[in-house]
Design a protein around this ligand. Structure first.
Ligand code: CO
Length: 217
């Protein structure tokens, strides 16, 4: 039987170091979590949410999948968003992509990768929406970076279009959806400047009538 002893040993040292700095750290956290942020990021091992923004356990709620997608029918992601917004009452949702994303690169290829090709179809759709702009870029790396950014912007829109976000805004509660990209080459986050904070920023195609302001019905 393999026990991954190295990881278990590292865990004991890590927990001991934290207890040395704050003896109540784990007992306090065991009672409740009150994170202010929901992070929706890529599963890539080089993009660990807590470490990038230097937050401790208990400070950020995290959902990760390949290429940080928010798919309209993904009950896993939707459940995370609902729990984060309605129960934990996070005020900020950060969709974070990253340059050098294997999912973005694979989506641009026509190779067979297996089951994951079905997941990557969502990124192909983003490419299709912006094909003229992306194809106009000659440098292959820059092309992938642009698709990475457009994918984040698309996923920010997908979060905004959920009934969860619309219901929250309709109730007059504060919720900001942010789009960021992380550069694995220098460790720096870039804000894409696409923050959405209310129903008035949604396109009419996705704004649910029930959630519209009275004067716009
Ligand atoms: Co990735």
């Amino acid at each position: 039987m393999q026990t991954l002893k190295n990881l278990l040993d590292s865990n004991r040292i890590w927990a001991e170091n934290i207890r040395t700095q704050n003896p109540n750290f784990f007992t306090d956290l065991a009672h409740q979590q009150m994170p202010e942020y929901l992070w929706i990021g890529c599963s890539d091992s080089r993009v660990p949410a807590n470490q990038i923004v230097d937050l401790q356990p208990g400070e950020i709620f995290v959902h990760r999948n390949i290429a940080n997608l928010v798919v309209h029918t993904d009950l896993n992601c939707l459940s995370v968003i609902q729990f984060a917004v309605e129960v934990l009452k996070v005020k900020h949702i950060i969709v974070c992509g990253h340059y050098g994303c294997g999912g973005i690169k694979a989506a641009m290829e026509s190779k067979v990768h297996g089951l994951i090709d079905n997941w990557l179809r969502h990124i192909k759709d983003v490419y299709r929406y912006h094909q003229a702009t992306i194809d106009a870029v000659e440098n292959e790396q820059e092309k992938l970076k642009l698709l990475c950014e457009r994918n984040v912007i698309e996923q920010v829109a997908n979060v905004c279009h959920t009934t969860i976000a619309q219901r929250t805004w309709k109730a007059g509660k504060e919720l900001s959806i942010h789009g960021w990209v992380y550069d694995i080459e220098d460790g720096i986050l870039k804000d894409l400047g696409v923050c959405v904070t209310g129903l008035d920023q949604l396109s009419s195609t996705h704004l649910l009538k029930h959630y519209r302001a009275k004067d716009s019905i």
